[in-house]
Design a protein around this ligand. Structure first.
Ligand SMILES: Cc1cc2nc3c(=O)[nH]c(=O)nc-3n(C[C@H](O)[C@H](O)[C@H](O)COP(=O)(O)O)c2cc1C
Ligand code: SF4
Length: 434
C-alpha cells in the first residue's frame, strides 16, 4: 500500500491556502451540500462513514455530534483541539499550515449539523505559522459569506475565533482546554459519570462539541463524497475507517507526515519514511510518546487500525510514530519520556502529581549509575498506582510508557542497575544521556 492522500491531497500546493485555490480543488462543495441537507442527515452521514476521533482516543465522532441537544435553549459551541502536545505528533501543525480551509469548512459543517453558533480553534501557542494561515482563511471566509451571518444566503450563522494556548500539554485534555479557554487555570474538570458530558454542559456550561483538527478535516470529504464511500477506506480492518495521518520520526531516513488508509501494515509506514537508518530496527512507539513501545516482531506484523494495533499491544493514539534503531538505550528513552509527563502533570491529583515525581527519582538514580535491586519492580508498582487512579488520562499517559519499556526491555534495566552504566555505547545513546 502506498500513501493515500485525502486530507493531504493538495498539501504541496500553496494556492490551496487561498479561497480561490481551495475552491478550485472542490473546496466548499461539502458545505454547500450539507446546507441543503437536514441537520440530522449530516450527522447520519458521519455515522455511516465510521469516523472516529483523531485526537487520540478514537471515539466515534457521530455520537458526539448527535449528543448536542436537538431542541435548542442556549448557544452551542464548537471547539477544535489544535493543541497537539503529544511528543512525536506534528500532523495538525501541517494541516493548519497547508489546509486551513479544510478545517474552517469542517467546523462550519459541524456547526450546521449541531446548531452551533460560535467556534473556537484552540491552537498550541508555538504554532504561529498555522495560526497565521488559519487567520487568513477565516478572514477570507468572512469576506465571502462562508462565515458570519446567514452563510451562503441560508438562515445558518456561525462565527469562528482563534485562541492561542500557552504551551501546556495538559491543555490538550478537553476539559482542561475548556477551562483554559474560559480564562481559568488549565486543569481538567470532573467528567461523566460524575458530571455531564460536554455535549450537554461544556464551555460556559453550554452544549459543546470538541474534536481534533484532523477529525474536522475529514468532514468536508465525508459530506461531499458520502459516508458510504468514506467507509470503504479501511474496510479490511475491524472498526477503523478512512485515512489516518502519521507523523513519523526517530531513526528513519525520511521523517515527515504520511497519510495512509487504515489497514496498512506498520512496516509499510516505515518504508514510506525511507526505512530505518543507522542500524537494525529495535523498537517503535506507534501513536505518540504515551503509547506502549513495541519490538521488531510486533512491528513486522502490526496492522494500522484501532483494534489491530491493540492486538499488537500498543495503540494508534494521535499518530506520532517513532522508530528506533538498535543503538538506542531504552532505559534513557524511558527516563526522557517519564520526565516529560512529570513536568506536564498539572498537580491536581495525588497519584499523578506524586507518582510521576517518584518515577523520575527512581529513573534519575538508575541513569546516574546508582540503581538499586528492586527498582524495576518499584517503578511498575508506582505506574500501577497511577494508571486508572488519576483524575485525567495524563496519569495513564505517564504510566503506560514506563510499564511498556520495562515489559519489553527488562534486560536493559537489569544491566543498568547491576553495572551502573548503559549496555549500549553509541551516539544514539549519548544523545539521550543526562
Ligand atoms: C493529557 C492529554 C492531552 C491531550 N492532548 C490532546 C491534543 O493535543 N490534541 C487533541 O486533539 N486531543 C488531545 N487529547 C484528547 C482530548 O482530550 C480529546 O479526546 C480530543 O480533543 C477529542 O477529539 P476527537 O474526538 O476528535 O479525537 C488529550 C488528552 C489528554 C488526556
Ligand atoms: S492526572 Fe495529572 S494532569 Fe490529570 S488532573 Fe491529575 S495531576 Fe493533573
Amino acid at each position: 500500500m502506498a500513501e493515500y492522500k485525502l486530507l493531504f491531497e493538495h498539501t504541496d500546493d500553496p494556492t490551496y491556502k487561498t479561497l480561490k485555490g481551495y475552491k478550485s480543488k472542490g473546496g466548499y462543495e461539502g458545505l454547500v451540500k450539507a446546507l441543503k441537507m437536514e441537520r440530522q442527515a449530516v450527522i447520519d452521514e458521519v455515522k455511516t462513514s465510521g469516523l472516529r476521533g483523531r485526537g487520540g482516543a478514537g471515539f466515534p465522532s457521530w455520537i458526539k455530534w448527535n449528543g448536542l441537544p436537538k431542541e435548542k435553549r442556549s448557544p452551542h459551541y464548537i471547539l477544535c483541539n489544535a493543541d497537539e502536545g503529544e511528543p512525536g505528533t506534528f500532523k495538525d501543525k501541517q494541516l493548519l499550515e497547508t489546509c486551513p480551509f479544510l478545517l474552517v469548512e469542517g467546523m462550519t459543517i459541524a456547526g450546521y449539523a449541531t446548531q452551533g453558533d460560535v467556534g473556537y480553534v484552540y491552537i498550541r501557542g508555538e504554532f504561529i505559522d498555522g495560526a497565521r494561515a488559519l487567520r487568513r482563511a477565516i478572514d477570507e471566509a468572512y469576506a465571502n459569506n462562508l462565515l458570519g451571518k446567514n452563510i451562503l444566503g441560508t438562515d445558518f450563522s456561525f462565527d469562528l475565533h482563534i485562541h492561542l494556548g500557552a504551551g501546556s500539554y495538559e491543555c490538550g485534555e478537553e476539559s482542561a482546554l475548556m477551562s483554559s479557554l474560559m480564562g481559568e487555570r488549565g486543569m481538567p474538570r470532573l467528567k461523566f459519570p460524575h458530571a455531564p458530558l460536554p455535549t450537554v454542559s461544556g464551555v460556559w456550561e453550554k452544549p459543546t462539541l470538541i474534536n481534533n483538527v484532523e477529525t474536522y478535516c475529514c468532514a468536508p470529504h465525508i459530506i461531499k463524497r458520502g459516508g458510504e464511500w468514506y467507509a470503504t477506506l479501511g474496510a479490511g480492518t475491524k472498526n477503523s475507517r478512512g485515512t489516518k495521518i502519521f507523523s513519523v520520526s526517530g531513526h528513519v531516513n525520511k521523517p515527515g507526515n504520511f497519510e495512509i488508509e487504515f489497514g496498512t501494515p506498520l512496516r509499510e509506514l516505515l518504508e514510506l519514511a525511507g526505512g530505518i537508518r543507522g542500524g537494525k530496527i529495535k523498537a517503535c512507539i506507534p501513536g505518540g510518546s504515551s503509547m506502549p513501545v513495541i519490538k521488531p516482531d510486533a512491528i513486522e506484523t502490526a496492522i494500522i487500525g484501532y483494534e489491530e494495533m491493540m492486538e499488537a499491544k500498543s495503540m494508534v493514539g494521535s499518530g506520532g510514530c517513532m522508530f528506533f534503531n538498535e543503538h538506542t538505550d531504552m532505559v534513557m528513552l524511558c527516563w526522557r519520556t517519564a520526565q516529560f509527563y512529570a513536568n506536564e502533570s498539572c498537580g491536581k491529583c495525588t497519584p499523578c502529581r506524586e507518582g510521576t515525581r517518584w518515577m523520575i527519582q527512581i529513573l534519575d538514580r538508575i541513569v546516574a549509575g546508582n540503581g538499586q535491586p528492586g527498582d524495576k519492580e518499584l517503578l511498575v508498582d508506582i505506574a500501577n498506582q497511577i494508571e486508572g487512579r488519576s483524575f485525567c488520562a495524563l496519569g495513564d499517559a505517564a504510566a503506560w510508557p514506563v510499564k511498556a519499556f520495562i515489559r519489553q526491555f527488562p534486560e536493559e534495566f537489569d544491566y543498568w542497575i547491576e553495572h551502573g552504566k548503559s549496555p549500549i555505547k553509541s551516539k544514539e545513546a549519548a544523545a539521550l544521556a543526562p
